[in-house]
Design a protein around this ligand. Structure first.
Ligand code: PBG
Length: 336
């Protein structure tokens, strides 16, 4: 069994040998590309902290989607930047909402049929205060002290349900709640079924941690909370067992798939979920993970292609079936 009879390097000698014994594979069909839809025409505004990622008006998003389809990507994850925000996140569930309009346009284009259209369901891009739910103030105290505001769980559920139904009716193939309110999967499933959207699956961001790595996204989506943070609803980064309970509950409530997020700092959580659950698992390589790598690429400190592919393969190896990543197009190009 030992050296010299055993030489591990024998199977590493040529690219063909390495390819034959490779355990984990990346393919474009398992990559999902996020798009940030904004009002207007001909808008293609780069996000400062995310080189290569843009806010796109719908006409531009259609072009982007065509290139994603041509590259063989699995799907798109849609976010919206509404023209206006308010306390009730009206833009999230309005029939003419930015993502609803985007979905109609994308669905009309038959050359995009190979892309699964996933609509993020959350209120933070649409609320004036940037929180993922309805905010109420402790009325016994002063109105100025923002520490006294609380994101209301049960009052938020009807709005999330309404948003999910509206996105499904506009053409979303999958709805993906990312708000972390308790009971939202059950509420959304009931609302979808009541609206005859029995066939629309729910991809729940079941395991979503309160993470510093969402920073660049909040610039891209204009969704930074105006006060406080998301720690009263997103999970504490120290807790793996709690993540398993979240997933258990979401599956019991009717989730068809779950999304793990962020990815790289939480690979152990992805692995634990993979071993425990047979449901399809996605992982979200979030904005901060992308920004961090891009910053190193720009300085010439890391080799772009190899570092990108290594980060993605590690996420697959940890057990994710598919990956939401801002590198989706680049990865598909270098795999092609
Ligand atoms: C909405 C949402 C966020 C992300 C995905 N959906 C932001 C947040 O929770 O603050 C982050 C994605 C990323 O960082 O790329 N709630």
């Amino acid at each position: 069994m030992n050296f010299p009879a055993t030489r591990m390097r024998r199977l590493r000698r040529t690219p063909a040998l390495r390819s034959l014994v490779r355990e984990t594979h990346l393919h474009p069909g398992a990559l999902v590309y996020p798009l940030f839809l904004c009002p207007g025409e001909g808008v293609r505004k780069e996000v400062a902290s995310m080189p290569g990622v843009f806010n796109l008006s719908i006409d531009e998003a259609l072009k982007e989607a065509e290139s994603c389809a041509a590259l063989g990507l699995g799907g798109l994850l849609l976010f919206g930047l509404p023209a206006q925000k308010d306390d009730l996140a009206t833009g999230a569930y309005s029939e003419n909402g930015i993502v609803q309009q985007g979905l109609h346009a994308l669905k009309r284009n038959r050359s995009l049929d190979s892309l699964v259209l996933i609509a993020d369901v959350c209120l933070c891009e649409y609320t004036s205060h940037g929180h993922c739910g309805i905010v109420a103030r402790d009325s016994a105290r002063g109105p100025e002290d923002t520490d006294l505001y609380e994101v209301q769980n049960d009052a938020t559920l009807p709005l999330l349900s309404r948003t999910a139904v509206s996105l499904a009716q506009a053409g979303a193939d999958i709805v993906a709640p990312s708000d972390m309110m308790d009971g939202r999967v059950k509420a959304i499933r009931a609302a979808l079924d009541a609206a005859s959207c029995h066939a629309t699956p729910i991809l729940s961001y079941a395991s979503k941690f309160a993470s510093a790595f969402y920073g660049p996204f909040r610039e891209a989506a204009g969704s930074a909370p105006q006060f406080g943070d998301r720690r009263s609803y997103q999970m504490d980064g120290a807790n793996l067992r709690e993540a398993m309970r979240e997933i258990d509950l979401d599956i019991a409530e009717g989730a068809d798939m779950v999304l793990m997020k962020p990815a790289l700092p939480y690979l152990d959580v992805i692995r634990a979920a993979r071993e425990r659950f047979d449901i399809p698992l996605g992982a979200y390589q979030v904005s901060g993970e992308y920004a961090m790598l891009q910053a190193a690429f720009q300085r010439g400190w890391l080799s772009p292609d190899r570092a990108m592919l290594e980060s993605l393969i590690s996420i697959r190896r940890s057990g994710a079936d598919f990956i939401v990543t801002y590198f989706a197009k680049n990865a598909a190009q270098s795999l092609g």
